[in-house]
Write a protein that binds this ligand. Structure first.
Ligand code: F6P
Length: 366
């Protein structure tokens, strides 16, 4: 068995389970007699090491990864800025152009003596990973995102923890909603996919769930609330995905900054205000936002993360590259990064959870 030097990068928004993946990779590598390093803040640690007082590349030892399986966040940091595929550069005229810096990045990895890279990320990070692999670096991807919108894996790590937290929040809102006879609107993350809203909404017994895959008519939601009122149910719980869109309308966006994806948000307050006007009932909106990304991963997410991390090291050992480890129960297999990133996995309209929700009387606004 040849000794290898491998690198780990965590990119994009953090998700519960990142540290568990890092621990599994590190231990599986060390147990093979390899060396393992973490690149700080995505690829910033290798591309601009001068920015890091303690060094941009940190050696991951048994001590460094001890006791981190249950910790939220990532011990090596992450960023969703400075994508090396479209790196923003400000010219002398003040104009911003985007340049592809992936070849430079591959060269840096080779110069540092790395044999392979494990990239833990969502669609953006894994598209970069695919480009690096196409340019000759041995790269394995690990699917991370609370949004669960990555294709070719049954689930991404982080999703279960986000759904669990959102469900608990919805449970807690029931009593205050009922006490005050209010409409409680809960906005959850998920980008352009409704997985978190759908799963937490059904598990938390929401009355209406608005997801990007089913454009909504707010009047249909108001009708449901009025019907409940007529049946003596004086409160309602409405779960809204941040990417939900009214029929004929657009996704609600807070803003977009240079080199970043558009920031979704605001739909919960719009839905709350519209429902108040249509039903005459008081409403309150709760935006769960980044609370869904923080904190302890659930046992299920820890297990998936540890399995993904160990499988990524096995993939390197077997000489694979340009693949993502993917949950394919009962096993973890490898799928080409190309396939995993060329389409977003959205909620299928005929899936069992939607059918279940409809059977239970949940309204989607269609
Ligand atoms: O992709 C994960 C996610 O949490 C989305 O659900 C959300 O739209 C986005 O990241 C928010 O990212 P930021 O860290 O830029 O606020």
């Amino acid at each position: 068995m040849s000794k290898k030097k491998i690198a780990i990068s965590t990119g994009g928004g953090d998700a519960p389970g990142l540290n568990a993946v890092i621990r599994a990779i590190t231990l599986a590598a060390l147990n093979r007699g390899w060396e393992c390093y973490g690149i700080r803040d995505g690829y910033n640690g290798i591309m601009m090491p001068e920015e890091f007082k303690q060094g941009g590349i940190i050696q991951l030892t048994r001590d460094r990864v001890r006791g981190i399986t249950h910790l939220g966040g990532t011990i090596i940091g992450t960023t969703n800025r400075g994508n090396p595929l479209n790196y923003p550069v400000i010219g002398e005229d003040g104009q911003i152009t985007e340049v592809d810096r992936t070849q430079e990045l591959v060269d840096l990895f080779h110069q540092q003596g790395f044999d392979a890279l494990i990239s833990i990320g969502g669609d953006g990070s894994l598209a970069i990973a695919n480009a690096l692999s196409n340019k000759g670096l041995q790269v394995i991807g690990v699917p991370k995102t609370i949004d669960n919108d990555l294709d070719k894996t049954v689930v991404t790590f982080g999703f279960n923890s986000a759904v669990d937290f959102a469900t608990e929040a919805i449970d807690r809102l029931h009593s205050t909603a009922e006490s005050h006879r209010r409409i409680m609107v809960v906005e959850v993350m998920g980008r352009y996919a409704g997985w978190i809203a759908l799963n937490a909404g059904v598990a938390g017994s929401a009355d209406a769930i608005l997801i990007p895959e089913i454009p909504y008519d707010i009047n249909k939601v108001a009708q449901k609330i009025k019907m409940r009122e007529a049946n003596g149910r004086h409160f309602s719980i409405i779960v809204v995905a941040e990417g939900a869109i009214p029929i004929g309308g657009e996704v609600s966006v807070i803003g977009k900054s240079i080199g970043q994806a558009e920031r979704l948000g605001g739909v919960g307050h719009k839905v709350g205000a519209a429902l108040e006007a249509l039903t005459g009932k008081e409403s309150r909106t709760v935006v769960l936002g980044h609370l869904l990304r923080g904190g302890t991963p659930t046992a299920e997410d820890r297990l998936i993360s540890l399995r993904f991390g160990a499988a990524a090291v096995r993939a390197i050992d077997e000489g694979a590259s340009g693949v993502m480890v993917a949950l394919d129960p009962p096993t973890v297999n490898y799928v080409p990064l190309e396939q995993a990133t060329n389409r977003m996995k959205r909620v299928p309209l005929d899936c069992d959870t939607i059918m279940t929700a409809r059977d239970l009387g949940v309204v989607f606004g269609d």
